[in-house]
Design a protein around this ligand. Structure first.
Ligand SMILES: [Zn+2]
Length: 539
């Protein structure tokens, strides 16, 4: 998204040109802040300017001629995702003087510009074009690229434009608009991490995930589904006419004066589209290591390891074990003006000032390895690689850790020693692992027992809603890769041998840590069994 300042300069230009009064500009700013729709859509929908006039104004502002995007260079578009092109209103056109000329409906969208620069590995020359002309050009390209569909004409054809218009009307009805706002508000205020909107045979079930567990929060009449899904799709810039394939997007809502971002995922199910909204909390929500439940002596060990100008720190655990939260808490201790910090994530879960956060975008081919190579050309000191899943990412990340960068990452393994064998299994040279890895943390999140302090007998406890739990804390083990372990790794010691050596060194295990929490009544035996001891074998 373009920065507010980027738009402000354009608005000043419009005012100076006598094109817009201050009242129109403040309406535009409000709409930009609250709707999350692209700039060109807002300007045309508010009737401030027609799309053709807007292209003239943007071209004058950019001092670049407008472009008609028909007849794009096909070689340039080989591999480029046309669905992204259509939904983002972005179409690469040709290469001139080693710059990629790109038609854009919103040529002030810096995030789209940098995504395309990373994709093409060339600077981008943006030109304004109407959204309609880009979408039409994409349709032509798609028709040329695809054989005519063999499906029967009765089945699953794209919706007629009347249907799309009807959906848009539904999504603008006040009850639907309010419903989405209230759902988001409830989730935000109860500390939920996700909202699940699930169509069943005769109703819609809404469940929120709180402290890792789903709870039913409401059921809705089935006829609301079309309006509800369309509303969310419009807010997330998704294609409302497409209900047959999964779509992913993002939306931003203002909740009690706070901007809250959501990652949106839609998937078709037999009873209609099911939607999951993930709340992406901003840096105000980044917890400290203390707040997470790390002990003072261990925080010192983590800080010492992360002061080093190079090397690798790994956090392991299954999905939902708080790996990203811990990595960000660590980043927060390292974030200062003299240090250049990059994150590469899928998705970016927290926003933090002072660091550069990059979202992997498979749609345009910006995967982890490609993003990591680009970041390494940007002179980073510290790189957070959201997750290592493949050999190529592992290889680049560990090379970077060897050559003057501190690399933080996560792996999906059950315990700390498992990280070493996982890296070997995906094909990383043991010498590279032993030379770079400083320490490995294995972590789980456990629900905290509620002390029911305010409880008068017979009343339902407000803090925990009667569940007996309120908030979460971490259980963890920290394995420092010392000289003895390094030489075992070099000699390709087995996982069992490494684990025995770690145990013999007196490292407190994840289980022992969790059992201490039970002994101190911080959590319960049941919770430890649910989260740690009964978890299925790692996949
Ligand atoms: Zn309670």
């Amino acid at each position: 998204m373009a920065t507010q300042t980027g738009y402000d300069n354009f608005f000043e230009f419009l005012a100076a040109e006598g094109e817009l009064g201050s009242e129109s500009i403040s309406r535009l700013k409000t709409a930009l802040r609250t709707s999350r729709l692209p700039l060109d859509v807002i300007i045309t929908e508010l009737g401030v300017a027609t799309d053709i006039r807007l292209v003239e104004l943007l071209s004058a502002y950019l001092r670049k001629p407008a472009i008609s995007p028909t007849g794009s260079n096909e070689a340039l578009l080989a591999g480029y995702n046309l669905d992204y092109a259509r939904s983002a209103g972005v179409l690469p056109f040709e290469v001139v003087d080693d710059r990629v000329v790109i038609a854009m409906a919103n040529p002030l969208d810096h995030s789209a510009i940098s995504l395309n620069e990373l994709y093409f590995e060339k600077p981008v020359d943006v030109r304004a074009a109407t959204r309609k002309s880009i979408q039409d050009a994409v349709e032509v390209l798609k028709r040329e690229a695809e054989a005519p569909p063999a499906a029967s004409p009765l089945e699953n054809q794209a919706m007629e434009s009347d249907d799309v218009a009807r959906l848009k009307d539904l999504a603008l009805e006040a009850p639907i608009v309010n419903l989405v706002t209230q759902m988001a508000q409830l989730a935000y205020e109860t500390g939920s991490t996700d909202i699940h909107i699930e169509p069943l045979s005769d109703q819609i079930r809404v469940r929120n995930r709180v402290d890792g567990v789903l709870q039913v929060v409401q059921t809705l009449p089935k006829p609301m589904l079309a309006g509800l899904t369309t509303r969310i799709k419009i807010l997330s810039s998704l294609n409302i006419a497409e209900r047959r394939i999964p779509q992913d997007g993002r939306m931003r809502l203002s909740i009690r004066g706070q901007e809250v971002d959501f990652r949106v995922s839609t998937v078709p199910s037999v009873h209609g589209e099911t939607i999951v909204l993930r709340l992406l909390r901003h840096s105000a929500g980044v917890t400290t290591l203390e707040g997470l439940g790390y002990q003072a002596a261990d925080i010192d060990r983590l800080r010492n390891a992360s002061q080093s100008p190079n090397g690798l720190i790994i956090v392991t655990g299954p999905t939902g074990s708080g790996k990203t939260t811990t990595l960000y808490a660590l980043i927060a201790t390292l974030n200062r003006p003299g240090v250049k910090i990059f994150t590469i994530e899928d998705p970016v879960e927290y926003r933090m000032d002072g660091i550069t956060q990059l979202q992997v975008n498979q749609d345009i081919g910006l995967d982890f390895p490609k993003a990591l190579r680009s970041v390494l050309r940007q002179d980073p000191d510290i790189i957070l690689v959201g997750e290592i899943r493949d050999r190529e990412t592992a290889q680049i990340a560990l090379q970077a850790a060897l050559t003057g960068h501190l690399v933080l990452t996560s792996l999906h393994t059950n315990d700390a020693v498992g990280a070493v064998t996982r890296l070997q299994d995906i094909g990383v040279d043991p010498y590279l692992i032993s030379a770079t890895t400083k320490l490995v943390i294995a972590q789980r999140l456990l629900r905290r027992s509620c002390d029911h302090q305010a409880l008068v007998s017979g009343e339902r406890c407000d803090r925990c809603g009667g569940t007996g739990y309120s908030g979460r804390t971490v259980a963890y083990e920290i394995v420092e890769i010392n000289a003895a372990l390094k030489s075992m790794i070099d000699q390709r010691a087995t996982e069992q041998a490494l684990r025995a050596a770690v145990q013999a060194s007196g490292t407190k295990s994840l289980n022992a840590f969790a059992n201490d929490l039970v002994d101190r009544n911080v959590t319960t035996r049941d919770e430890v069994l649910r989260v740690i001891q009964q978890e299925p074998a790692d996949v």
